[in-house]
Design a protein around this ligand. Structure first.
Ligand code: 13P
Ligand code: SF4
Length: 301
């Protein structure tokens, strides 16, 4: 039996579900029960009826699934697959902001550690950050950890005072306005669709900015035949599957998240077979972090 058949057999035998993010390698996306952006995956994790969740993604995604499903076994194909941005805010700075600024909400991008979620009022993803910030009663918003998603939100919700933190995603941060201009001159007919984790100078030049699922949906709805995509290259797999008649170019070279690429079929098979690499969080962390995650889900109902 090949590795794919073995995974499918184990999945059935153990009543397991495989969730995958659009940035993991195509082979892993293809074997998953559900592929999605961070928000869809969080919602799916909450609704899941299975004893084991195997999360093909990075640590914060596995942690979020565990926070939403404390009684389920959540397994990660590679425990070292971690989002660097998830650590780019500090508890001390959050406390300082709370001490110094009145009428403040701490808004935490899900790409963050469980410790950061614990001290936040609400979590957001790139697909709901604008709506949630708009709905919050507080005027001042300390947005952690991503400064680029924060400035994207500030532009669209000018009535709030969004305070930026200095975190960023190394993969998206590397794109520049010169890259956009270069890609446009190479492909003058193409529309530019980017992720809001890109720097503002890139988002400003784009025809559309949204989450990975947002980009996929916007491409589907567009009549254009060519697209320049400003996000991690893994998303091209779904874009090409859904739109074989359309052509996609990456906005710049090397749009690769090394951590997402650590997830392989072999590792997925091993953790499913051995029920290893389980996500463990203490019950206090889970119950406190749950509030910020659940507030997000409630605010988007
Ligand atoms: P979304 O899939 O929510 O757009 O997130 C992008 C990302 O960087 C996940 O790590
Ligand atoms: Fe983190 Fe960026 Fe990788 Fe997403 S693409 S997991 S934000 S490092």
């Amino acid at each position: 039996m090949g590795i794919k058949e073995e995974i499918l057999r184990l999945k059935k035998e153990k009543n397991a579900v495989i969730l995958a993010h659009y940035y993991v390698i195509p082979e892993v996306q293809d074997i998953a029960d559900f592929v999605g952006d961070s928000f869809a995956l969080a919602k799916k994790a909450k609704a899941i009826d299975a004893s084991i969740i195997v999360f093909a993604g990075v640590s914060f995604m596995g942690e979020s699934a565990k926070i939403l499903n404390p009684d389920k076994k959540v397994l990660m194909p590679d425990l070292e697959a971690d989002c660097p941005m998830a650590h780019m805010a500090t508890l001390a700075k959050v406390q300082k902001m709370r001490d110094e600024i009145d009428d403040l909400a701490v808004v935490c991008y899900v790409n963050s550690t469980a410790e950061l979620k614990k001290v936040s009022d609400v979590c957001v993803t790139s697909s709901n950050a604008v709506d949630i910030v708009r709905k919050l009663p507080q005027k001042n918003i300390y947005f952690i950890p991503d400064r680029h998603l924060a400035s994207f939100v500030q532009k669209l919700v000018p009535e709030k005072n969004v305070i930026l933190n200095d975190g960023y995603c190394p993969t998206h941060h590397a794109m520049s306005s010169e890259d956009v201009l270069k890609a446009k001159s190479a492909h003058p007919q193409a529309l530019v669709f980017v992720h809001p984790e890109c720097p503002e100078e890139v988002v400003c030049l784009a025809d559309y900015a949204g989450s990975t699922a947002g980009i996929i949906q916007a491409v589907k709805q567009s009549e254009s035949k060519e697209f320049i995509i400003g996000t991690e290259e893994g998303v091209l797999h779904e874009l090409r599957k859904q739109n074989p008649e359309k052509t996609f170019y990456l906005l710049s070279e090397n749009l690769v998240c090394e951590d997402m690429k650590k997830v392989t079929l072999e590792k997925l098979y091993q953790v499913l077979r051995d029920e290893s690499n389980e996500v463990h969080l203490d019950s206090k962390t889970m119950s406190v972090a749950y509030k910020a995650m659940d507030t997000m889900l409630e605010m988007t109902k």
